[in-house]
Design a binder for this molecule. Structure first.
Ligand code: GCV
Length: 706
């Protein structure tokens, strides 16, 4: 019979391990500061906050930390929001309270009636909950709690996970098992997972979840499913998490019995209004709709000769009376448009700037193609000042080795967020666009395509948990450093031992560049195998849509390799601000990491290090393989710091990653060598197999590919 080992349960606990601290002196110090918990207010949110504190503190300090009825005792931890706290406690907090927004929090050592306490407060109970999780993180990461004055608020309003979960529980691009949502057992059966999911999300500040796939099924909007959605919304509410759904644009036909879904049709308009009413009756704080329309075969307003604005605004009007929002995706490209795919979303959306309703936010992927290991930032971020733009990152690793490869994604997120759009001159970073600080938008948002499934460890790879965690932390504050986030995560998830934390943090930070190097160095992109996107497939050229074929992207021939997007090519560079366009246009100033994204260059082109393009590219592939080798040897030294199960899991996965990095190197170099006609340079290992062998590999049941 299958039984869960203790360490498998550790996997399940994510970064909320709360295991007893190693350092007994530290425990004694913490204990001396925290005798008990005193709560003000009795909302469900305050109750879960108090429960979490009891669980966390008792676990980490190895003794029961209980709830006290009042603050007579010395050294309590006081939690409660502004509206429930005593006036004499509040009176010294004026300036801190002015600095936070509704979800913000304050953690402060205070003295009350001549006794010392730690206060966690905010303007709302959810703010308090965020403060509680932050306080627990201080203990988890062994920080001092003597002179606390933490005043913090999220910089982005909508911090949302997008689940690409289908109603049959398969997950599009999901590599961690089936969907968490057990639709058949809902609404009456509430899986403990739903609660733990909410705890984990709240602990990193995520405040929304889109439950179902953007390739949507209209049935989610029928009463049968809405009842189940309502049950989930009830579970998530105390944790500050709102539920959103994807809306299939043709739902009025499919489940409404109408003949059309034309956004100008009065019956259609009315159908959506009634649908919104019905949803809000069940879920008064329903967040709104996420829509993929006229993209990859999904229905949309263009089916009726209307445009994105018509479609989005119609839905926005239906939701507006209830304060709901529409997240309208800009991931569009068409097989009928001969222009460079990278330009199409911009071409289609930028003319609509300023035309969307106030409760519409346009959701834009981080790059103009599709969640590649590296893409320059999407030009739309610098081009629609009158429209709130929401970032869409992918947390699940569709193009980055599924849940088999260790790739620490916050490094990628940070690179994008820091990119300068130059929209208002130097210093107009993508982060400033999406947090609204540059254009003062009312709604601001960031979405991450979830990497979560019903695997015991949630994310398939123990280190993929860090990507969920890091997404949440950057959603809260897009200016955080990915290295600091990695450190926090390691300390909370595994150990505070610095002999573990520092080398493993280094390994995580290196992992993103490693995957770029062994898959798509120097700006190459979208050369993954067809459909499932697992493994290399630079040779694929037989798909019905040209822009689905890797050959469309690398354009390798005997003269060279790369996509000319400069002004002499597709002029995608022209979609950026002049300063940025100029930098990308000129091969001498274009960062080498983006070289072949923007330029088609001869095999003999000289790189900055003096190598020819062919040699430099081959060496990059080798570097990627070597980096994975180093990651594996770093991990091998960590055995004494990690429980057996997680140690072995990661070890096995790194071994697979090493083999697959070699596979990538060999398959790509053998394929491109046909065009370059050149030998592999010294330092690049001999291929492990022939090109024919690599081309013969098929993966008919690769996960995530519906
Ligand atoms: C949900 C890519 C993925 C699709 C995904 C699409 C999207 O094309 O391969 O699985 O569909 O992006 O983001 O809509």
């Amino acid at each position: 019979m299958l039984s869960l080992t203790a360490s498998a349960q550790e996997d399940y606990k994510l970064w909320l391990q709360y295991r007893k601290l190693q350092d007994s002196e530290l425990i004694a110090t913490y204990k001396s500061k925290i005798n008990g918990i005193v709560t003000f207010g009795n909302s469900e949110t305050i109750q879960v906050a108090s429960k979490e504190l009891q669980l966390g503190l008792s676990g980490m300090l190895g003794t029961t930390i209980g709830v006290h009825q009042n603050i007579a005792t010395e050294n309590t931890l006081i939690i409660g929001s502004k509206s429930s706290l005593k006036e004499d406690i509040l009176k010294n907090l004026k300036s801190e309270l002015e600095q936070i927004n509704d979800e913000g929090y304050i953690i402060k050592n205070i003295s009350f009636n001549n006794k010392n306490h730690i206060l966690i407060t905010g303007k709302t109970d959810v703010g308090v909950l965020y403060g509680v999780f932050n306080f627990l993180r201080l203990i988890q990461t062994n920080k001092a709690i003597e002179k606390l004055r933490i005043v913090d608020s999220p910089k982005i309003n909508l911090r949302i996970l997008n689940h690409w979960d289908n109603l049959n529980r398969t997950v599009e691009r999901g590599y961690a098992g089936f969907s968490l949502w057990n639709w058949q057992k809902l609404p009456d059966f509430i899986d403990q997972r739903y609660i733990d999911y909410a705890r984990a999300n709240a602990s990193i500040g995520i405040n929304g979840t889109v439950l179902n796939n953007v390739n949507a099924n209209a049935l989610i909007l029928t009463p049968h499913y809405l009842e189940k959605v309502e049950a989930l919304a009830n579970v998530f509410r105390p944790y500050g998490i709102k539920v959103y759904l994807t809306a299939r644009f043709s739902a009025p036909i499919e489940i409404g019995g109408l003949k059309t879904a034309d956004p100008y049709d009065a019956q259609v308009i009315n159908w959506w209004k009634e649908k919104a009413k019905e949803i809000y009756k069940r879920i008064p704080d329903f967040g709104g709709f996420l829509v993929k329309a006229n993209s990859e075969g999904q229905p949309g307003p263009q089916n009726y000769g209307r445009n994105h604005v018509d479609g989005a605004n119609m839905l926005a009007d239906a939701l507006a009376p209830f304060s709901g929002i529409v997240m309208w995706r800009a991931f569009v490209y068409s097989e009928h448009d001969a222009d460079d795919r990278a330009k199409q979303a911009y071409n289609e959306f930028v003319p609509y700037d300023g035309k969307f309703r106030d409760n519409v936010i346009v959701q834009v992927k981080n790059g103009a193609i599709d969640f590649q290991p590296r893409e320059p930032f999407h030009p739309m971020f610098g081009a629609m000042p009158k429209t709130p733009l929401m970032m869409e990152f992918q947390i699940t690793q569709e193009y980055l080795g599924f849940s088999t490869h260790l790739v620490y994604l916050p490094k990628l997120y940070q690179e994008v967020l820091e990119s300068d759009t130059y929209r208002l001159g130097k210093g107009s970073s993508v982060a400033k666009i999406i947090d609204g600080s540059l254009d003062h938008h009312k709604i601001t948002g960031i979405a991450g395509v979830a990497n979560i499934g019903n695997d015991i460890n949630w994310t398939g790879h123990p280190f993929a948990q860090a990507n969920w965690y890091g997404f949440g932390r950057l959603a809260w504050n897009p200016y955080l450093d990915s290295g600091e986030i990695a450190e926090e995560w390691l300390r909370s998830t595994f150990s505070n031992d610095e002999n573990f934390v520092y080398p493993v943090k280094e390994m995580m930070l290196q992992s993103r560049e490693a995957v770029v190097n062994y898959m798509t160095p120097l700006g190459l992109h979208h050369i993954m195998d067809t459909g499932h996107h697992y493994g290399p497939g630079p040779w694929v050229s037989n798909l019905s849509r040209p822009e689905w074929n890797p050959v469309y992207y690398h354009k390798a021939d005997k003269n060279g390799i790369g996509f000319d997007r400069s002004k002499t090519g597709s002029n995608a560079t022209g979609q950026y601000a002049p300063e940025v366009a100029k930098m990308f246009d000129n091969v001498a100033t274009c960062p080498e990491k983006d070289l072949l994204w923007f330029h088609h260059l001869s095999w003999d082109y000289k790189l900055k290090n003096g190598q020819t393009l062919w040699n430099g590219m081959a060496l990059k592939y080798q570097e990627g393989v070597d980096e994975v080798g180093k990651m594996a040897s770093t991990w091998d030294k960590m055995e004494k710091h990690v429980d057996k199960q997680r140690f072995n899991e990661v070890k096995m996965l790194l071994n697979i990653q090493y083999k697959e990095a070699q596979w990538w190197r060999d398959a790509c170099l053998l394929y491109f060598q046909q065009f370059s006609g050149k030998e592999l340079p010294k330092g690049v290992e001999k291929p492990t197999q022939t090109l024919d062998y690599f081309q013969s590999l098929k993966f008919p049941f690769a996960p995530g590919n519906n």
